[in-house]
Design a protein around this ligand. Structure first.
Ligand code: HEM
Length: 498
C-alpha cells in the first residue's frame, strides 16, 4: 500500500520539485518568486494577459513563471517573439499538453490544441488551404457574404427607423456566424432547426471558459448536441446526395475518411469532425466579432480631430468611390429605391478602414496570448535556455513604448507611413500569430471583418444612448482565450445614406 502511495503521489511531487525548483545548470529566465505547488498562481488575476503584462514590466520581456506546477515562459517583446517564432519556428510549433492533459478538445483531434505532426498537418490543410479557402473565394462564397451583409444592414435599419438601442454584438454575431456556418458546414442556421443560434453566443463563451479554466469535466460536452447537432449536419450532407461536392469543410472531411496520407492513413472519425467544427466556430466567429466591437467602441470614444475627420473622410470616400450597383424595391432596405451594395472590390478602396483595423488589433488583440506553444527540443532564446511551454504576450508587445509612440493612444494614422501588417512578418503586431501555428483562417477572417465594418459604417451613423457621455463608456475586458468588451456596446444607429 505504501509503495502504491509513493508511486501515485509522493514520487510525482518530488519529481516536479526537483525538476522545477532546484537550481539548474541552465540559464533560466528571471521571474516572480512563486510558492511551492501553486507556483505563481496567486499573482495572476482574472485577466491573464493583463496580469502577465504587469509582471513583465517588473521582470522583463522573458519571464519564467509556474502555473501551479507547470513551468511557463512568457515572451513580451517583439525581439523575443521574432526569435522564437521565426528563428525557431519548427522547433517551437508544438502545443503543450497542459495541466488537464488529455481532457482537451476531443482528445486532441482538433487543430488548435493538437500536437505537431501528420494529423495536424492534414487537418490544417483542410481549414487553411483547401476547402474553406476554395469555398470562401468561390462565387458561392461571395454570394453567401453578400446575402449576410444584406441581412445585417436590414436588421440594423429596423433599429435606425425606430431610433432604438441596438446591441451591436448580437447583430455582428449572427452576421459572422451566418457566414462561417454556411462556408464551413454548408448550413444556414436560419433555415435548420438543429442549430440553436439563439444560444450559440452563450455556448461559445461557455466552452471557451471551460477550456481555459481547465475544468475537470469534458471540456466540450460529447456529441456537441448542445451546440450543433453533428449527426444532423452529416446526415444533411449525405441526404443532399452530393458526394462530388467537397466544397465545404464537412464534405471535404467526409471525403478524407480513409484517404491515404504520407504516413499511412488518416482516420477521420466523428471525433475529428466534432473537434474541427468546435475549432472553426470558436476561432472563426469569436475573434472577428470581438474585433469589430472594440473597433466601434474606439471610434465612438474618439470623435475629435484627427480621428473624427478621418472617419468622416471614410464616409465621404465611400460615397465617392462605392458604386451604386443595384435598384431595390425591398421595403426593409435603408434609404429609397437605390441599393448601394458594398462589394468585396470596394474593400480595396477604403485604406483608412485598414489603418483603423490595425490600430484596433494593436490595442485589443482578440487572443492576446495567442495559443500556448512548446519547444520540441532545447533552444536558446534571448540568452536563456528554453525547453518549456511558453506564451507570447501580444498585448504587451502592442503597447511597447520602444515600438510605438504614444503607445496607449488610439491613433490609426501611425500605420499610414509604414509597412507594418498583421500577416506574421512584423513581430510588433501579431493578432493572427506567426509561423507554423499561426491562424489558417486569416484571409477569411479579415474579409468578414472588413465587410461587416464597412457596411455598418457606410450605411449608418452611430451615437451613444441619450444622456450617455464618451467618458462613461466602459472599457473593461472579459474572457479567457478571447478577450472581449465586457459590457455590451449598445448604440443608436441612424440611416446616413439614401
Ligand atoms: C479576425 C479573425 C481572426 C483572428 C484575429 C484569429 C486569431 C487567431 C490566433 C491569434 C490564433 C493562434 C495563433 C498562434 O498561436 O500563433 C489562431 C489560430 C487558429 N485560428 Fe484564427 N483568427 C481569426 C479567424 C479565424 C477563422 C475565420 C478561422 C477558421 C474558419 C480560424 C481558425 C483558426 C484555427 C483552426 C487555429 C489553430 C491553428 C493551429 O494551431 O495550427 N481563425 N487564430
Amino acid at each position: 500500500m505504501s509503495i502504491f502511495l509513493y508511486i501515485l503521489f509522493i514520487f510525482p511531487i518530488l519529481l516536479i520539485f526537483f525538476t522545477n525548483y532546484l537550481p539548474s545548470k541552465r540559464k533560466l529566465p528571471p521571474g516572480p518568486k512563486g510558492l511551492p505547488i501553486i507556483g505563481n498562481l496567486h499573482q495572476l488575476g482574472r485577466l491573464l494577459h493583463s496580469s502577465l503584462h504587469k509582471l513583465s514590466l517588473e521582470h522583463g520581456p522573458v519571464m519564467l513563471l509556474h502555473f501551479g506546477v507547470v513551468p511557463m515562459v512568457v515572451f513580451s517583446s517583439k525581439e523575443a517573439a521574432k526569435e522564437v517564432l521565426k528563428t525557431h519556428d519548427l522547433e517551437t510549433c508544438n502545443r503543450p499538453k497542459l495541466v488537464a492533459n488529455g481532457l482537451f478538445t476531443h482528445n486532441f483531434k482538433d487543430i488548435g490544441f493538437t500536437q505537431y505532426g501528420e494529423d495536424w498537418r492534414e487537418m490544417k490543410k483542410l481549414v487553411g488551404l483547401s476547402s474553406l479557402v476554395r469555398k470562401s473565394k468561390s462565387l458561392s462564397g461571395i454570394y453567401i457574404r453578400e446575402e449576410e451583409c444584406d441581412l445585417l444592414v436590414k436588421e440594423i435599419s429596423k433599429s435606425a427607423r425606430t431610433q432604438t438601442l441596438l446591441d451591436l454584438r448580437k447583430a455582428l454575431y449572427s452576421f459572422t456566424a451566418g457566414i462561417i456556418f454556411r462556408i464551413a458546414f454548408g448550413q444556414n442556421f436560419r433555415e435548420c432547426d438543429y442549430i440553436d443560434m439563439d444560444r450559440i453566443e452563450e455556448l461559445v463563451q461557455e466552452s471557451e471558459t471551460n477550456v481555459c479554466a481547465l475544468a475537470y469535466t469534458d471540456f466540450f460536452p460529447t456529441g456537441l448536441g448542445w451546440f450543433v447537432d453533428l449527426v444532423s449536419v452529416i446526415d444533411e450532407h449525405f441526404k443532399i446526395a452530393q458526394p462530388q461536392d467537397h466544397s465545404d469543410l464537412v464534405s471535404a472531411m467526409l471525403n478524407m475518411i480513409n484517404r491515404p496520407t504520407n504516413s499511412g492513413y488518416l482516420n477521420i472519425t466523428s471525433e475529428h469532425l466534432k473537434a474541427m467544427m468546435t475549432d472553426v466556430v470558436l476561432a472563426g466567429v469569436n475573434a472577428g466579432v470581438t474585433t469589430m466591437i472594440w473597433l466601434m467602441t474606439e471610434l465612438i470614444r474618439h470623435p475629435r480631430v484627427p480621428i473624427r475627420s478621418d472617419v468622416c473622410l471614410l464616409s465621404v470616400l465611400c460615397c465617392l468611390l462605392l458604386p451604386m450597383t443595384l435598384k431595390t424595391t425591398d421595403p426593409d432596405w435603408p434609404g429609397e429605391s437605390h441599393l448601394t451594395r458594398i462589394t468585396e472590390e470596394d474593400l480595396e478602396k477604403v485604406e483608412y478602414l485598414k489603418l483603423v483595423i490595425k490600430e484596433t488589433f494593436r490595442l485589443h488583440p482578440p487572443a492576446p496570448l495567442l495559443l500556448p506553444r512548446q519547444t520540441m527540443s532545447d533552444i536558446e532564446i534571448q540568452g536563456y535556455t528554453q525547453s518549456r511551454a511558453y506564451h507570447i504576450n501580444t498585448y504587451t508587445i502592442g503597447r511597447d513604448p520602444k515600438s510605438w509612440t504614444n503607445h496607449e493612444e488610439f491613433i490609426p494614422e501611425r500605420f499610414s507611413n509604414n509597412l507594418i501588417n498583421y500577416k506574421g512578418q512584423h513581430f510588433e503586431l501579431l493578432p493572427f500569430g506567426a509561423g507554423h501555428r499561426s491562424c489558417p483562417g486569416m484571409a477569411l477572417g479579415i474579409t468578414i471583418l472588413e465587410l461587416g465594418l464597412l457596411n455598418i459604417l457606410y450605411f449608418f451613423d452611430w451615437s451613444l444612448p441619450n444622456g450617455m457621455t464618451i467618458e462613461e463608456i466602459d472599457m473593461e475586458e472579459a474572457g479567457d482565450l478571447n478577450i472581449a468588451k465586457k459590457v455590451p456596446l449598445e448604440l443608436v444607429p441612424t440611416l446616413c445614406h439614401s
